[in-house]
Design a protein around this ligand. Sequence first.
Ligand code: FMN
Length: 186
Amino acid sequence: MIENEVLKNMKTRFSCRKFKPDPVEKEKLDAILDAAKYAANGHHLEAWHFTIITTEEGKKELLDAVAPEPEEFKKFAPKGATWPFPSDFFGAPVVIMISYDPKAPWPDAGAFLAAGNIMNAAHSLGLSSCALTVYSKDVFRTEETKANRAKFIPEGYELYLSLVLGYPEVVPTNKPPRKEGVETWL
Ligand SMILES: Cc1cc2nc3c(=O)[nH]c(=O)nc-3n(C[C@H](O)[C@H](O)[C@H](O)COP(=O)(O)O)c2cc1C
C-alpha cells in the first residue's frame, strides 16, 4: 500500500475522549481554521461559519444554552451518561462549532468536509479532536432555546456539528483496521 505523510496522518487520526487541560496555541488554531476554509464546498460559496470557544465561561454559556434532554438520548448515550454529554467536553480546552447557511447548495456537505480538514489538520499538529453529536444540529431545537442560537452562530445560519480539540491525554499506538467489503468496483 502506498504511504506518505498525508496518508499516514489521515490513518492515525483518532477520536480523543480525554484531553490534557493545556491550552492550544493561537497560531495552531489559526492554521487549523485556515485548513478548514480550504475544504471543498458547494458552488464555492464557502457558506460556513466557525465559532471557536476557548474559555471556561464560553463553554458554560454553551451548556446553559442547549435544549433539554430529548427522548432518544437515553437510547444512544453511553451507559451512565447524563445530558448534555459530555458536559465536561472530555476536558478539551477548545470547542469549535461549525454552522452553515442553509440557503447555499449542499451546505451541510461543505461543513462536514471542513470538519474533516479540522480533524486532520489538528492531528498533524500534535492535537486531537472528537465530533460531538449532542452539540450539533438539534441542540437549539426547542422554542425556548432557539433564541440562544444567536449567541453562537450568525443570523440565518444553522449549527451543523461541534468538535472538541486539544492535546490528547493518551495517543493510541495501533488503530484497529477498518472494515473491508465496503467497495464496489466497476
Ligand atoms: C458526525 C459524528 C458524530 C460523532 N459524535 C460523537 C459523540 O457524540 N461522542 C463521541 O464520543 N464520539 C463521536 N463521534 C466519533 C466517532 O465515534 C468516531 O469517529 C468513530 O468511532 C471512529 O473512530 P475514530 O474517529 O477514532 O477513527 C462522532 C463522529 C462523527 C463523524
